[in-house]
Design a protein around this ligand. Structure first.
Ligand SMILES: [Zn+2]
Length: 129
């Protein structure tokens, strides 16, 4: 997997397969980075595609039911899918990264934005008086 360059300190953030996350932290300066809007959209597509594939497999399985072995096969497939649901989020993230290459941007916490807005409003008020 590729390395990401931290926009704040310019150091490389090595990024291994196991660590594909929506939000990562620079080990050098602790800056938080998150996937950008495009990556988020791609992640949504991957998730939709993933669900579509799972549903299609189930539909095909349902159509071929009848024999004992087909029921056994369906139960096995369902078990595998249940197990996959646990890693679904990460799996989609890894697939999205493989195909579209996730891009990271500085993470902005909503409360920080709100705080800045509140401060600006306060200053405006002060100047107005
Ligand atoms: Zn950094």
């Amino acid at each position: 997997m590729r390395d990401i360059t931290c926009p704040r300190c310019g150091n490389h953030i090595s990024h291994t397969f196991k660590e594909v996350k929506k939000v990562i932290k620079c080990p050098h300066c602790n800056m938080e980075l998150m996937i950008d809007g495009r990556s988020q959209r791609m992640l949504k597509y991957t998730r939709t595609l993933f669900v579509a594939i799972v549903v299609s497999i189930l539909m095909i399985g349902m159509m071929n039911l009848g024999t004992v072995s087909s029921y056994v096969a369906l139960i096995i497939v369902l078990s595998i899918m249940l197990a996959l649901m646990n890693v679904y989020d990460r799996l989609c993230l890894i697939i999205t990264d493989k195909i579209f290459h996730l891009r990271y941007v500085p993470f902005e916490k909503p409360d920080v934005k709100e705080a800045i807005k509140a401060r600006k409003a306060k200053e405006k008020k002060k100047h107005g008086l």
